[in-house]
Every structure is written in structure tokens, then in C-alpha cells.
Design a binder for this molecule. Structure first.
Ligand code: ZN
Length: 215
């Protein structure tokens, strides 16, 4: 694992929330996702394994903010975290001009329960920054699978195999797709989604994941 310093570019590119995205402390400095103490817990990653990519380690402020987004149903934090993801995507932006963004979908039952797809919120923010179209319903999750983090590596692959289908292939056929997910553990979900997109005729699938667990 290689670790990059938490750079000024990262701080400058993120819009100012009035409070820290992780601990909710009030902040005076503008254009930052997290307070000073929380920012020190952000661990950028440079993956050597494209199958299990992630921009940041699933620890500290990033993990806390994601937990708040999902468990406390705070879709407003999607903006902070989406801008954080954008910091990782931006260096490759020139090669992503023609992509359509597709989030890893939730099962419809879980989407109804939560009210939003957190990966869709991240993808919306990155799409806006990139100036690229977003197709949030391009993929459908056909099975409500247990969370990947609760399973062994082999079980993760079996868990998500054939769990995704591209129901609207006309929106991805012949296109380069940027697949967006909030957390990746083994990359099995991303592999399954990529396969569904390629089966639907996508030309190529890039991956953009905010956090990697078990890095
Ligand atoms: Zn904080």
C-alpha cells in the first residue's frame, strides 16, 4: 500500500459544508469536508489491484461519514463525499470525457427502505463535476444479497454472481461507463456489475470507488 499526503488540492476542491461530515463539529474554515482532527484520519490509497480499487481507506472520517450517510439517512452528506471522490477522479478526467456514469444499484427493497442510493449520490456529484451524463437506473440488482463485508472472499463472489442486470442496455451499448460505488471489499460486486454492463454492450468499464475496506 502506498500512502499519499492529504494534499492541499483535496482540500481546495471540496465545497464548504457548515459542519464536519464525520463528527458534525462546526467549522470556520471554508471548502473542507472534515474538521482538522477528522481530516488527519483520511487515508488516501493508490491501488495496485484494479479489481479492488478505492480512493480512500474505509477508516476514520471517511468510514464515519459513509455510516452517517447510510445509517442516519443523511443524503446531504452525498455532496461532501461525492466531492471527495471527485478529488480521486479528477486526475483522470481528461480520459473520462465520453463516459456515462452508472452507480452500483441497491436492491429495490433496500432502496425503498433507505430512500436513496448512496452510490447514486456520489455518482451524481462526480457526473456534475465531470460534465458527463448519469444513468442511475442502467443496472438493476435482481437479488437482495447480504452485505459483502459479512462474507468470506469466495462467498462474496458467489453472493453477487448474476445479481445484476442491465435493464436499459440502450443507454450503455457502445459507451464507456464509469461505474461508481461507495465501498468495495473484494471487488466482487464491481466485477459482477462490470460483467452485466459489458454483456449489455458497454465498450469499456472504468471503476470509481470512494472507500476500500480490508485494504
Ligand atoms: Zn470532524
Amino acid at each position: 500500500m502506498q500512502v499519499r499526503p492529504f494534499g492541499q488540492r483535496l482540500i481546495a476542491a471540496v465545497l464548504p459544508p457548515p459542519r464536519c461530515g464525520a463528527c458534525d463539529a462546526q467549522m470556520s474554515a471554508p471548502a473542507r469536508p472534515f474538521c482538522d482532527a477528522c481530516a488527519e484520519t483520511v487515508l488516501p490509497l493508490r491501488s495496485r489491484d484494479p479489481g479492488a480499487t478505492g480512493a480512500f481507506a474505509y477508516v476514520g472520517a471517511v468510514a464515519r461519514a459513509l455510516a452517517r450517510l447510510k445509517s442516519e439517512r443523511r443524503p446531504d452528506l452525498g455532496r461532501v463525499l461525492g466531492d471527495l471522490l471527485w478529488c480521486a477522479v479528477e486526475p483522470q478526467a481528461a480520459s473520462l470525457r465520453q463516459v456515462v456514469l452508472v452507480p452500483v444499484p441497491l436492491h429495490p427493497a433496500r432502496l425503498a427502505e433507505r430512500g436513496f442510493n448512496q452510490s447514486g449520490l456520489l455518482a451524481r456529484r462526480v457526473a456534475r463535476r465531470l460534465g458527463a451524463p448519469l444513468w442511475p437506473s442502467a443496472l438493476t440488482r435482481t437479488r437482495d444479497t447480504p452485505p459483502q463485508a459479512t462474507l468470506t472472499r469466495d462467498a462474496r463472489r458467489a453472493n453477487v454472481r448474476d445479481a445484476f442486470v442491465a435493464r436499459e442496455p440502450e443507454h450503455v451499448a457502445g459507451r464507456a461507463v464509469l461505474l461508481v460505488d461507495d465501498v468495495s471489499t473484494s471487488g466482487a460486486t464491481l466485477d459482477a456489475c462490470s460483467r452485466a454492463l459489458l454483456d449489455a454492450g458497454a465498450r469499456t468499464v472504468f471503476r470509481s470507488v470512494l472507500a476500500r475496506a480490508g485494504y
